[in-house]
Every structure is written in structure tokens, then in C-alpha cells.
Design a protein around this ligand. Structure first.
Ligand code: ADP
Ligand code: ADP
Length: 226
């Protein structure tokens, strides 16, 4: 069952750059999908099209069967985790995670319960009152994930979230991501240019090059193609 369907997506920037050209793909509910390709191939443009950062030039985007091609970002029910986390430094860990629920006027009791549950899942229960600035990179990453996932998005997009970490921490965070994906039962779309990481994480791969899709399918199949 499809959660995300991209059909003939084309994005031309105002300066005439054709960043993505007639790209179509389909992501199934519950997948851990990796969007991979070299720098400049159009990964970020694809991601930003999905979250609605800018109008696309051609094509359509369906989320869970609903046409969101022209929907504003805040109506899309899609979470996004950035490489640099973008946590609020003046708020505690708990307040960072509660932020989106507060903006939706979630009743305090429900908000506190969902935030506490997220703190547990992310193994952050002891750090709720800290400032994000006191945390390690791995802990910040988990707060960023918690802040998105507490809103129960239909889809979580991760934009090179482990890019700035050293190798050991990367490996540890990969294991955490796989665990979280399994425990939360949600759909991940993970963007990277790192092939080995893509193979370790993805059950589905979408390989982009020069604004187009080169291959897509289950990870073993894509890598065993001639
Ligand atoms: P990736 O994320 O794979 O590195 P991008 O989607 O960032 O690729 O970029 C795809 C192409 O579009 C590149 O040639 C890039 O220079 C260009 N591009 C990205 N953003 C803009 C923009 N705002 N205006 C014009 N060209 C852009
Ligand atoms: P990312 O890969 O995360 O998009 P970049 O450093 O490629 O990061 O881009 C940073 C910003 O610059 C983005 O807003 C992107 O749209 C814009 N940008 C990238 N390439 C170009 C370009 N060729 N012309 C104009 N803007 C660009």
C-alpha cells in the first residue's frame, strides 16, 4: 500500500536550472527508503518538493491517497529532520519535543504523556530538563527525531542526518534509527550520498543521477543489477 506517490515531478528553479526532471516513484507504508545519489543530483530538491517548500513545476504528489501537490507545508503531515538538527537553544529538551504539540493546542495532559513516551523511546528520559546545547551530537539527533515523531507524521524525511558525525557515532546512530523505525512503525525516507550507509539502512533504494531516477527497488536487487 502506497504512502507516497510522486508522479512526473519536474522542478525548474527561477534561474532556469532543471534540478529534477520527470521523476516518479512510489513508497510503501512502513518502508525504510533511501534516496541516494551524488551531490547536485536533485535529492534536496526532491525532498523540498515533498514537504512543500516551493511550488513544483510539473507533476503531482500524493500522500496516503490525498493529492498534496498544492497543499501548504503545514497541512502535509510530513516530518523533516535536518542535518544540523535546528533545535531551539532557549528551550529545554522536553520543550523542544513539546513545541509542535503546543502549536496544535494539544491538551496539556495528552501533550505531557506523548512527550514522556517519546523521551523513553529515544532513551532521553534523564535529559528532559537539559538545554540542547549541553547534549552530544547523538543525543541532539534523537531530540530532533523525537520532535518530529511526536507529531505522528505519515512520513519522516531525513536529510543526511548523520552527515556531520564521526564514523563510530554514525554506526551507533544507524542502529538507533533502525530500532526506532521498527518500534514506531512509520515510513522513513532517508537522503544520503553515502552508498555503504544506504546499503546498511535501506530496505528500498531510489538511485538518482542528474535530476533523474536511475534505479529503484529493494536494496539487494538494485545493488545486484549489472
Ligand atoms: P543534491 O541535494 O542531490 O545535492 P540539489 O537538489 O541540491 O541536489 O540540486 C540539484 C541541482 O539544482 C544542482 O545543480 C543545484 O546546483 C541546483 N539548485 C539547487 N537549488 C537551487 C536554487 N535555489 N536555484 C537554482 N539552482 C538550484
Ligand atoms: P543542500 O544540498 O542541503 O540543498 P546546498 O549548499 O546545496 O545545500 O544549498 C544551500 C541553499 O542554496 C539551498 O537553499 C539551495 O536551494 C541553494 N542553492 C543550491 N545550489 C544553488 C544554485 N546553483 N543556485 C542558486 N541557489 C542554489
Amino acid at each position: 500500500e502506497s504512502i507516497l506517490e510522486i508522479t512526473d515531478l519536474t522542478k525548474v528553479y527561477p534561474d532556469g536550472t532543471v534540478a529534477v526532471e520527470e521523476v516518479s516513484f512510489d513508497i510503501k507504508r512502513g518502508d525504510f527508503c533511501v534516496l541516494i545519489g551524488p551531490s547536485g543530483c536533485g535529492k534536496s530538491t526532491t525532498l523540498h518538493s515533498i514537504v512543500g517548500r516551493f511550488p513544483i513545476t510539473e507533476g503531482s504528489i500524493h500522500l496516503d491517497g490525498v493529492d498534496i501537490t498544492d497543499a501548504p507545508t503545514y497541512e502535509r503531515d510530513i516530518g523533516l529532520v535536518f542535518q544540523d538538527f535546528q533545535l531551539f537553544p532557549h528551550l529545554s529538551v522536553r520543550e523542544n519535543i513539546a513545541y509542535g504539540l503546543d502549536r496544535l493546542d494539544t491538551p496539556a495532559a495528552e501533550r505531557d504523556e506523548r512527550v514522556s513516551e517519546m523521551l523513553d523511546i529515544m532513551r532521553l528520559a534523564d535529559l528532559g530538563d537539559r538545554s540542547p546545547e549541553e547534549l552530544s551530537a547523538g543525543q541532539k539527533q534523537r531530540v530532533a527525531l523525537a520532535r518530529s515523531l511526536v507529531l505522528e507524521p505519515k512520513l519522516l524525511l531525513l536529510d543526511e542526518p548523520l552527515g556531520d558525525m564521526d564514523y563510530k557515532l554514525q554506526k551507533r546512530m544507524e542502529r538507533e534509527l533502525l530500532r526506532i523505525h521498527r518500534d514506531i512503525d512509520t515510513t522513513f525516507v532517508y537522503v544520503t550520498h553515502d552508498q555503504t550507509q544506504a546499503m546498511r539502512l535501506g530496505d528500498q533504494l531510489i538511485v538518482m543521477n542528474d535530476g533523474k531516477i536511475e534505479h529503484s527497488g529493494p536494496t539487494e536487487e538494485v545493488y545486484n543489477e549489472p
